[in-house]
Design a protein around this ligand. Structure first.
Ligand SMILES: N[C@@H](CCC(=O)N[C@@H](CS)C(=O)NCC(=O)O)C(=O)O
Length: 327
């Protein structure tokens, strides 16, 4: 009986998660830049300005547009990835003492924020929130994740968090650049909705997903067992409802379609941000990263052209800047 109650409350939580996302999407957001994403359309004048102020050997991570001069490529003995991290961190004055991300490991919105922090080499701690009681975020009036605290200041909502952080790093950053904004919105309004029907598509895929969620997430041993089997069963059914709600008839076709749409948007460029990822690249990568090694992610890479871009993103984003527990 306890197990059944646990499964029911978990299903409620999970349904709340899915509903929260779609409710958010149905309601127009008040802040116009809040749900935006960026693009190759880094204003030329800003790039030119950064050229003037930063010595070639050091420059990178300019308003999120990182690049190397030939001088920087030869003057360094470290790997390109180390370069990105080290030099990225040196280029802006945003230097918080403590960044904490309150998250669910498998939440796509949280993973968007993580991809941003990782790419920019911003060190952060993670507090894994227990989805059953959310006691870790009881201190906040905001009842969803992600929540980020920067030296104690609370930021909420993935897109707002990213907007605020990039503005602190680069005050001139243009959050309204058309292409970047359009594709950032596409991630929130379309891509995230395609994921649940795919990762819970069959009973075995739902179990695979819950194995991942419960292994990485904050669950007690009892909750883990209930969550894995009860959650997988519940989400298998919930995902069928979500399919209907978002007018998806064939979930895999929808996933492959989204992946192809994204590759088309690249128009032959390495990234949407051209030579370096922009906020839209990071958003797409962030939400896809947790599913990449699940069956749905493997299928997506096998059946679409997205694999090349995904690998480039893995390389560009590099290692996590999550601080280890003992730091
Ligand atoms: N618009 C928000 C959506 C966040 C959201 O819906 N988060 C879900 C987890 S994926 C959540 O916390 N749901 C409430 C709950 O778990 O009770 C964002 O982009 O951060």
């Amino acid at each position: 009986m306890r197990g059944l109650n646990g499964a029911i409350s978990l299903a409620r939580v999970l349904r709340a998660n899915s509903t929260a996302a779609s409710t958010f999407l149905r309601q127009p957001r008040t802040a116009p830049c809040a749900a935006t994403y960026c693009s190759h359309s880094i204003p030329k004048n800003l790039i030119d300005r950064s050229d003037l102020s930063i010595p070639p050997v050091a420059r990178s991570d300019i308003i999120g547009f990182r690049y190397y001069s030939s001088a920087s490529a030869t003057a360094t003995t470290s790997t390109p990835q180390q370069d990105l991290k080290t030099r990225g961190a040196e280029q802006h004055s945003f230097n918080p003492k403590e960044v904490v991300l309150f998250q669910y490991e498998a939440c796509p919105f949280c993973n968007k924020v993580k991809a941003f922090l990782d790419y920019h080499g911003i060190e952060y701690k993670i507090v894994e929130v227990n989805p059953m009681n959310k006691k870790e975020i009881k201190w906040s009036d905001y009842k969803k994740v992600p929540i980020v605290t920067v030296d104690g200041e609370q930021l909420v909502d993935s897109s707002d968090i990213i907007d605020k952080l990039i503005k602190r790093m680069h005050p001139d950053y243009d959050l309204n650049a058309d292409e970047e904004k359009k594709w950032r919105e596409w991630v929130d309004n379309h891509l995230v909705h395609v994921l649940s029907p795919n990762i819970y598509r069959t009973v075995s895929e739902a179990l695979e997903s819950f194995d991942y969620i419960t292994t990485k997430g904050n669950f007690s041993l009892y909750e883990r067992l209930v969550a894995k089997y009860g959650g997988a069963a519940a989400m298998y059914f919930v995902s069928k409802k979500l399919k209907k709600r978002h007018n998806i008839t064939d979930e895999r076709a929808a996933l492959y379609g989204a992946a192809e749409q994204w590759v088309d948007a690249l128009k032959g460029r390495k990234f949407l941000g051209d030579l370096e990822p922009n906020l839209a690249d990071l958003a797409v990568f962030g939400v896809l990263r947790p599913i990449r090694h699940l069956k749905s992610g493997l299928d997506m890479v096998e059946h679409t052209r997205i694999g090349k871009w995904f690998s480039e993103m893995e390389h560009a984003v590099g290692q996590t800047s999550r601080m280890s527990e003992h730091k």
